[in-house]
Design a protein around this ligand. Structure first.
Ligand SMILES: *[C@@H]1O[C@H](CO)[C@@H](O)[C@H](O)[C@H]1NC(C)=O
Ligand SMILES: *[C@@H]1O[C@H](CO)[C@@H](O)[C@H](O)[C@H]1NC(C)=O
Length: 760
């Protein structure tokens, strides 16, 4: 009797709590292999350290004191670099040893118990500049999220336009009209993806004739709209008849500049108004345009400021309990992503502790072998599952679903597990008493500059201010308040954006990221201090993998300059082949490269793609990270901002042609970046030539013992990886290394090499 009751209870419990998601871990065998590998690498690292420690040059028969001193310092520098690399490798291990992979059971959401309780979802799209982010692209993102497979009365889409541009507003108006055709079309034919431009540029299959005719009609409708928007953007002027038709444009009469204007807030579609329906008579999602107030004397705090305004404004209009944040160039490629994310939030067993669900940032603008490593493939496929296993992924600013209350600073005190979505219904039950205009007027104040004065906004509430990677910092503070986050990387990717397609853009982007992350490390939010006892040590270390990107630059530079120059001089820095100490070095080199290649291939990359990524890895470390560290430190010392200009120039016309052919684009990079890259490449080339001559022609060293072998291999590897740089020096197109940069680099590299060879 007792036993059967228990079983019944169990069953009814199962019924009551059907799991909405599953968490998969690597198998025991995989884990054992991982651990064994890590331990073997760790042992080799310790052996290398021990070798460096034991063999610091003390006395060499034929060299005088002066030379000995120099050699000792070279050795100690190398030791320091190796200590850093080893330490950094240890910090990165939790990402490899503790991965989890999530899968959702979306169909279970269709059970009435969930379907009726689906929460309201507010989608925030942020744009900042109509020149860099064309309005036509922005509304494609907006349309793709409006067409989510979700009850329209529970979905609201907000665009924050920090460019305060009437062109963007105009495009939004067009979109608010076009969506009445587009959304029913998507739902009727289950169209994917739901960004019109992405959909029409992919080869859609034509089966039935009714589909074909609707498809063509829709395509024409879209193209006409796109045409009108692009013409307006090109002319920089909204068509007069459009201006006359919508009163919203009158707001721009008093706008003097994008940096100085009042709040402009327009509810373009209010799903609560009964007569707002699409062509099939179905409800439409709410659509809101907002350009928050900007005044020169008030800091606007970039995207974090825009997001915080949206959080407040939306709290008075739709109050979605879930907030999705996407960048304006990241369209939704999967109409069920909201439902995927809700599988975590609505899970009765675990949902109450989950603050946000982060999707990977994927790109549909990547050349075949990903010349600039823009996919961040290993990060998406290996690092993030590792963060997830340690307590939750970083929040990376786009493709992320948040619980509204966590953004408002709420602690996870494990309150009401049940009925957590109750509040949503209050709003839907409200009778629409205010007119749209009244509502607009009453919420405008929330987006004004002075609203945040003397409040916790930007600090304890909303996204944090004052950091170039405000999203990462915000995610960290949410996790430190006791919340978990999860990473979902579904097969059909949720969001697709545009990756940088020049070397310059890639390097500048990474400079910003690595600088922001390093600033977190230097601030009171240092994951080890701020996260102490709040998040797991593994997660603290996972954060530091990125926070410590920038300092990697110095040891990497040392490694790329000193061993080659020593090769040129014939100074061995590594053990001879015949020495047992050769083994740990060889093992480290072979095993780390093999594992990185295997990881890359397992993440879906190509061999050539891996090779390209090694190159970008080197470039990032020697340029982006270097300037990130210089700028961080000069800020810390209170010096002025970077003395170097490192913005990239506007792209030339034939850039994308070269991008598709995977020819590296140097022309648009910052000259100082290119100079460093080319000089390093040339130093290694000259040293390799000099070193090979010394070994094979002059025979100054015993060839069997070959103490210079590791240096020759390293130098040869660097030269091979830099082949596109040497080509860049001799190419004729506009993307080549500019002649004055080439001249500077050659002179610099030659003088360094000559100086070193003639020294003592
Ligand atoms: C994306 O890449 C394609 C080629 O792959 C190119 O034609 C297009 O201009 C690129 N778009 C952007 C915005 O860079
Ligand atoms: C985006 O969606 C399309 C259409 O559903 C799909 O075929 C494609 O594989 C998706 N792209 C990626 C990168 O997952």
């Amino acid at each position: 009797m007792g036993a059967s009751r228990v079983r019944e209870d169990d069953e009814s419990k199962d019924d009551a709590f059907p799991k909405l998601f599953e968490t998969k871990k690597p198998t025991k065998v995989q884990l054992v292999i991982r651990w064994l590998f890590s331990i073997s690498v760790l042992i080799s690292i310790c052996l290398v350290w021990f070798y460096r420690f034991k063999y610091v040059p003390t006395s060499v028969a034929e060299v005088d004191d002066h030379k000995l001193g120099t050699r000792r310092w070279i050795w100690i520098g190398l030791f320091a670099a190796e200590i850093w690399f080893g330490f950094y490798w240890i910090v990165s291990q939790p990402l490899r040893l503790n991965q989890v992979f999530r899968h959702t059971s979306r169909d279970r959401l269709l059970l009435t118990r969930y379907e009726e309780k689906l929460p309201r979802v507010d989608v925030f799209v942020c744009t900042a500049n109509p020149m860099i982010e064309p309005p036509a692209m922005v509304i494609n993102t907006v349309l793709s999220v409006m067409a989510y497979d979700y009850p329209p009365e529970k979905l609201s889409v907000y665009l924050s336009d920090d460019g305060g541009s009437d062109l963007t507003f105009y495009a939004m108006l067009e979109a608010s009209h076009f969506c009445k055709y587009w959304i029913p079309f998507c739902k009727k034919f289950e169209v994917e993806p739901r960004s019109p431009v992405a959909y029409f540029s992919s080869n859609s299959k034509h089966n039935s004739s009714s589909f074909n005719s609707e498809w063509s009609a829709m395509k024409i409708l879209y193209e006409k709209m796109e045409n009108r928007i692009e013409t307006a953007t090109k002319l920089g002027k909204v068509p007069d008849e459009m201006r006359a038709r919508h009163k919203g444009f009158s707001e721009w009469a008093s706008v003097s500049s994008p940096r100085d204007h009042q709040t402009i807030l327009q509810i373009l579609i209010d799903s609560r108004t009964p007569d707002v329906v699409d062509m099939e008579g179905s409800k439409l999602p709410t659509l809101v345009y907002m350009a928050r107030e900007k005044r020169p004397q008030h800091h606007h705090n970039f995207k974090a400021g825009a997001m915080n305004s949206l959080i407040r404004v939306s709290s008075k209009i739709s109050t979605g309990s879930i907030i999705l944040n996407v960048d304006c160039d990241m369209y939704s490629n999967n109409s069920v992503s909201i439902r995927d994310a809700l599988c975590f939030f609505m899970d009765e067993a675990k949902g109450h502790e989950i603050a946000y669900v982060q999707f990977p940032q994927n790109f549909d603008n990547i050349s075949k072998n990903d010349l600039y490593g823009g996919m961040l493939r290993v990060i998406a496929e290996q690092d993030f599952p590792g963060q997830d296993g340690n307590g939750g992924p970083l929040y990376i600013g786009s493709g992320c679903f948040h619980r509204r209350e966590t953004l408002l600073g709420k602690e996870n005190s494990k309150v009401s597990k049940t009925d957590q979505w109750e509040t949503n219904d209050i709003l839907s039950k409200l009778v629409l008493t205010e007119s749209i205009a009244e509502l607009e007027d009453s919420v405008k104040d929330l987006a004004n500059c002075i609203y945040e004065e003397n409040t916790q906004w930007g600090n304890e509430m909303g996204l944090k201010y004052g950091c170039p990677v405000e999203d990462v910092l915000t995610g960290l503070s949410i996790q430190c308040r006791g919340w978990k986050s999860v990473y979902l990387n579904p097969e059909r990717q949720g969001f697709l954006g545009v990756a940088p397609n020049t070397l310059g853009d890639t390097l500048v982007q990474h400079k910003r990221w690595s600088e922001g992350d390093f600033q977190i490390f230097l601030s009171k939010y240092n994951p080890f201090l701020y996260g102490h006892k709040k998040i797991s040590l593994g997660l603290q270390m996972s954060y530091c993998v990125y926070c410590l990107w920038a300092p990697n630059s110095l040891p990497t530079l040392y490694y790329l300059v000193i061993p080659p120059l020593c090769l040129l001089k014939g100074i061995p820095l590594f053990p001879k082949i015949t020495s047992p100490w050769f083994l740990p070095f060889a093992y480290l080199i072979i095993s780390t490269y093999t594992s990185s290649l295997v990881e890359f291939l397992l993440s879906g990359g190509t061999l050539q793609g891996w090779w390209n990524e090694q190159r970008i890895w080197m470039f990032k470390r020697t340029t982006s990270y270097l300037f990130a560290i210089i700028d961080s430190i000069s800020k810390l010392l209170g010096l002025s901002k970077s003395a170097f200009v490192i913005t990239s120039k506007v792209a030339e016309e034939d850039v994308s042609e070269r991008y598709e052919k995977e020819i590296m684009e140097f022309g648009t990079s910052s000259p100082i970046f290119t100079t460093i890259i080319a000089t390093l490449a040339l130093i290694n080339l000259f040293s390799l030539v000099g070193g090979l001559k010394r070994v094979f022609i002059d025979m100054k060293l015993e060839t069997i013992e070959q103490p210079l072998l590791i240096q020759i291999v390293q130098c040869g590897f660097v030269v091979l990886i830099n082949l596109p740089v040497y080509q860049g020096l001799f190419r004729k197109d506009k993307g080549r290394i500019p002649p004055f940069v080439s001249l500077k680099s050659v002179t610099l590299a030659l003088s360094i090499c000559i100086l070193v060879s003639s020294l003592y």
